[in-house]
Write a protein that binds this ligand. Structure first.
Ligand SMILES: C[S@@+](CC[C@H](N)C(=O)[O-])C[C@H]1O[C@@H](n2cnc3c(N)ncnc32)[C@H](O)[C@@H]1O
Length: 205
């Protein structure tokens, strides 16, 4: 029954319908489009990392709308291939996955790191938040090493337990922080996006 309601909610959702009509892989693409239009973060010749990329809406959006140097996408689940996008299958919290990403980027730093990762819900809100912020902290740590000094991190975050601490960490490490909830993000969802611009100091990879 719950499944049935979820399906009918999905089919009433205007962004879901629009994504299907336009042949996009996911409705998430509209969120990146809004972030891109507002903050103009995807620059020519950028090296971009797309974390939690499957089924591939964000990578496809970038590949189709921007002329960038590299797009590396990574997810714990497989992704159907996209022209000009290199994919790494793996859990981002595994060091091996992170090393594979660095190698595939020829040990260069990224100009933009995007994360749309969301973890599987267990039904326990505190556990869910804890698991999510464990990954988010991994992404932040990786970004401090892996972004150029003018680089930008865009990361999906969830309001609730752990959010304020994570935001304080972003404040400590980035010159500018923005919190933005795109219109295409479901209003009832606790998700929002944090954007960190310009690392205060950088480390070597
Ligand atoms: C909302 S979907 C991303 C949608 C994507 N941005 C798009 O436009 O198609 C969230 C993704 O996070 C991935 N994910 C969850 N935990 C992960 C982990 N530990 N490492 C890598 N990816 C993970 C899931 O497999 C899922 O594909």
């Amino acid at each position: 029954m719950a499944q049935k309601n979820w399906r009918s909610d999905q089919s009433r959702d205007q962004y879901f319908i629009k994504a299907r009509k336009l042949g996009y892989r996911s409705r998430s693409v509209f969120k990146l489009k809004e972030i891109d239009q507002k903050y103009k973060l995807i620059k020519k010749e950028s090296r971009i990392l797309d974390l939690g990329s499957s089924p591939g809406g964000w990578s496809e959006y970038i590949a189709n709308n921007h002329s960038v140097k590299t797009i590396i996408a990574s997810d714990i689940q497989p992704m159907e291939s996209i022209d000009n996008v290199k994919f790494i299958l793996g859990d981002f919290t595994n060091n091996e996955t992170q090393q594979n990403i660095i190698r595939l980027n020829n040990n260069q730093k990224f100009n933009l790191i995007l994360s749309d990762i969301s973890t599987k819900k267990t039904g326990n809100k505190i556990t869910d938040q804890y698991q999510f912020y464990n990954i988010a902290n991994n992404i932040l740590e990786f970004s401090l090493n892996g972004l150029t000094s003018n680089g930008v991190l865009v990361i999906k975050v969830f309001i609730g337990h752990g959010f304020e601490d994570f935001k304080n960490d972003l404040d400590n490490y980035f010159e500018n922080i923005y919190i933005f909830k795109p219109k295409s993000s479901r209003p009832e969802s606790k998700e929002t996006y944090a954007i960190g611009k310009k690392i205060r100091y950088t480390q070597n990879l």
